[in-house]
Structures are given as C-alpha cells and as structure tokens.
Design a protein around this ligand. Structure first.
Ligand code: SAM
Ligand code: SF4
Length: 460
C-alpha cells in the first residue's frame, strides 16, 4: 500500500486541458495520490499549461515562481514538494523550462500522461525528466478511469475527449505542432466511458477535441464513424439527457452532423463554430480553407435543420496585414451571422508558425482598439439574445448549488446559465423554468412546477 500523498493540478487554457487534468489525477490515484485544491499542502503540483497565446507562457513561468516559494517553505518543514509541468508549453518548450526553472522536477508532454506514475517515481529518486515524445501506444487505453465518488464530486456535467490534434495548419496556430496529428478514439471506448459517467450520475456530456467535428473514430465494425454517428450512439446511453461538442471547424460541419441536430433531442441546439475573421483576404492568409460565404452557408444549413440553433465563435483581430476594411468585414459578419457570444483574441505571434514571419504586423494599440470594438458588437448581440428569453419558459438542466442558500444554477439548451430557487434533490434533472430577469452574464428564473423530474435517476 502506498503512503497517502496529495496532488494539486492547475489547468490553464481550454476545456481539453481541464479534462486532461482530471485524467492525470485519476492516473495517479492508484499510486496513492488524492487531489487537493490547495497547492500549499500538495506533495506534487502539476501545472497543465496552454501555449496558444504568448501571455499564457509568461503566466506559466510566473506560476512556477509562486509554487517554487511553496516548495521552499515545504523543504524548510522537512517535506518534499515536486513540481511537474504538463500540457502544450511542456510539449513545445520542455528543455527550455528545465533550463530556466531549476525548481521544476518533471516535464510531461500532452501525449504522455499515462506514464505519470512511473515518471513521478523516477523524479522522486532525483532524476530531472523531460518526456515529450509522441508515443506509439494509445494514452487513453493506459489512463485509469475515475472512481464513482470522484465522478460524483466533479458534477453532473462532464467533458470527454473524443479527438485530439489537428492537420489543418492555420498559419497563426501552434496546435498542430504541440498536439500532433488528428487522432480519434473508437466509438465503443467512448460509449463505455460515457456509460460509466452516466451510472455515477452524469447527465450532460460535452465531447471535446481541437477539431471535434473532424472525428473519424472506428465504429464496432472497424469502419470510420462520423461525429453524427457517434452522437446517435451516445444519445442511447441510459441517463444521458444532453450532448454537446466543441470545438468545430466550419469545413467539417457535415450534412450527417447537421442531420443529427435535426433528429436527436439530446443533441443541444448550440454550436461553437470559430470563424476567426469576416474578411476573405484574411481568411486566405490564415489558411482557414473556407470563405465568409462558405461559413454563412454552414450556418444556413444548420438553421434549416434546427431553427433555434445558437451560435458562438472565436475571432482573431489584428492578424498581420488586417486593414480597417478587413476588420469592418468582421464586424459586419457578427451582425449577419447573429452570434449569441464569442471569444475574441488579439493576434499573438507564435514562434514557428508561418504568420509570425509575415511582414505588416499590426501595432498593439490598433489590435486592442479593434478588440474593444468587436467585443462591444458581440456583447450587444449577446444581450439581445439573452433579453429574448425574458418572459419565456425554458428547459433547464439543474447543475449545482448557486451562491445564495436554496438557489441552484442550471443551463438552458443554448448554454446560458440560469439561477433559480430549487431544492438540491433536483440537481441532475431537466426542469421547466420561467425566465423573469436578465443579469450581465446570467438569467434568473422561477421553477414552473416543483413536480416530478423529467427523468428518474439512472443507476445513480
Ligand atoms: N480548432 C479551433 C478552430 O478551428 O478554430 C480552435 C482551437 S484554438 C485552441 C482556440 C482559439 O484560439 C482559436 O479559435 C483562435 O481564435 C485562438 N488563437 C489560436 N492561435 C492564436 C494566436 N496565435 N493569436 C491569437 N489567438 C489565437
Ligand atoms: Fe489551430 Fe486551425 Fe487547427 Fe483550429 S483548425 S486547432 S485554429 S490549426
């Protein structure tokens, strides 16, 4: 029996990293590690990093600095604390981190988490390890599953990675270099993971991948399955009430996936579909391999299948060579497409990507001015979208306790949060809620009826 130890995993960046962080903790559990939210009391601190923008890397170095202080405090009390750096910064700059930050004991790349117990044991012996190879074995096969208690503790809404990596090579992006080529997990392995989550009380699953709709995992017969087919399989898993997916690429929005939106009540009418720019010239320079018209056509096909579908997007402003006219094309696309929200980013040159070497980089002041104008346009759209729900009754999946006593927080099908006074036994159920007020980031509502939940607990 291993001595009980504590691990603190801090995630930076996207939901894929949050999922990876959970799986790292799961994998260390058989080696005697339990999770702690408090880095000070940890024997092992893992920083699960993101490399997508420049500031993210700087954040990692300053975080290492903060943890180093805790490590020194622990040492003065006669305790060892190890620091591991994982994720995309580790993948891209592992050796550099080891060189710059002497307090770091272990670097583990994004494809190697399943080796953590062995790597940690070696690091404990004093070896400083950098493991960033892309291994031949499938890390998902080797990762330990979470226990029922751990699943319950994480809540009724879970992420499941179904696809990793990217073959698209947008000229601004590091993902194809840090996460490698596109790989999809087989349908039945995903279905087994989702069934296990549902049996422990999970009611909503978000399938994640850098290009989730490029999913092409093997089905039970070994033939490649589409994301639409995977959704049809998962919609049959007892206990699963809601399915979502993110992040999609416009080129991979197939007719089959759009048809799944028409057919499957469990597939939520919400799609996060990054467009990056409204200017065809900039989309070409970005190597996005779609035009503004292609993008609008995808939206039209989605809306024909599911008229209430809500769309969000990602935008980059200040890509090299972006003129005021190009930027105005982006602003006009926001209104034409009718987004109900978006993530907006100022272009950040990433070493090793083609766009970083383009001339005509946009000055920072201009980027931030455009960012503010774009954010204002998106906020206006978002507020109008949320306002359109006041006075309506919406089906809410109640997720967790709210900030006030007696309050629960839930989500609409369109992923808006709603605060409602409701008893905690209703967590995990879909209930009709009358929306009566709108805040800056949330809606407020009243339970329509306190009656029977939409679904009896399945095995929970
Ligand atoms: N695969 C998704 C797609 O096709 O758009 C997005 C993945 S990326 C992890 C998330 C977002 O980060 C991108 O959509 C983009 O808006 C932003 N991003 C990526 N590289 C960036 C860069 N160099 N500068 C600013 N934003 C960037
Ligand atoms: Fe990056 Fe483009 Fe791949 Fe998205 S599609 S992960 S933005 S290279």
């Amino acid at each position: 029996m291993n001595r009980p130890r504590k691990v603190h995993v801090k995630s930076f960046g996207c939901q894929m990293n949050v999922y990876d962080s959970h799986r790292m903790a799961d994998t260390l559990a058989p080696a005697g590690y339990t999770e702690t939210a408090e880095p000070r009391e940890a024997d092992l601190v893992i920083l699960n990093t993101c490399h997508i923008r420049e500031k993210a890397v700087e954040k990692v170095y300053s975080e290492i600095g903060r943890i180093r202080v805790l490590k020194e405090e622990a040492a003065s009390e006669g305790r060892d604390m190890m620091i591991a750096v994982a994720g995309c910064v580790a993948q891209a700059e592992g050796a550099e981190i080891m060189h710059r930050a002497r307090a770091v004991d272990l670097i583990v790349g994004s494809q190697n988490y399943h080796r953590l117990p062995e790597l940690v044991a070696r690091a404990q012996e004093g070896e400083r390890i950098v493991d960033t190879e892309f291994p031949v074995e499938d890390k998902f096969d080797a990762l330990a599953a979470p226990s029922r208690d751990v699943i319950r503790h994480r809540g009724i809404s879970a992420f499941v990675t179904v696809q990793e990596g990217c073959d698209k090579f947008c000229t601004f992006c590091v993902v194809p270099y840090t996460r490698g080529a596109e790989v999809s997990r087989p349908v039945e392995k995903i279905a087994a993971e989702v069934a296990r989550l549902a049996q422990a009380g999970v009611r909503e699953v978000t399938l994640i991948g850098q290009n989730v709709n490029a999913y092409h995992g093997a089905d039970a017969d070994g033939a490649p399955a589409t994301l639409g087919k995977l959704m049809r399989r998962l919609a049959d898993v007892p206990g699963i009430l809601r399915l979502r997916y993110t992040t999609s690429h416009p080129r991979d929005m197939s007719d089959d996936l759009i048809a799944a939106h028409r057919e499957l009540p469990a597939l939520m009418p919400y799609v996060h579909l990054p467009v990056q720019s409204g200017s065809d010239r900039i989309l070409g320079l970005m190597n996005r391999r779609h035009t503004r018209a292609d993008y609008l056509d995808v939206i039209a096909r989605l809306r024909a299948a599911r008229p209430d579908v809500a769309l969000t997007s990602d935008f980059i402003v200040g890509f090299p060579g972006e003129s005021e006219a190009d930027f105005r094309d982006t602003l006009s696309l926001v209104d034409e497409a009718g987004f109900c929200g978006a993530f907006t980013f100022a272009y950040s040159p990433r070493p090793g990507t083609p766009a970083a070497d383009l001339e005509d980089q946009v000055p920072e002041a201009e980027k931030s001015e455009r960012l503010q104008r774009l954010q204002a346009a998106i906020t206006a759209n978002q507020r109008a979208f949320n306002a359109s729900f006041v006075g309506k009754t919406v089906e809410i999946l109640l997720e967790k306790p709210g900030r006030l006593a007696g309050q629960l927080v839930g989500r609409t099908p369109y992923s808006q949060t709603v605060q409602v006074m409701a008893p905690p036994e209703l967590i995990g159920n879909v209930m009709p809620v009358a929306v009566n007020e709108m805040g800056s980031n949330t809606l407020f509502g009243t339970l329509e009826r306190a009656g029977t939940p939409a679904l009896a607990e399945a095995g929970a």
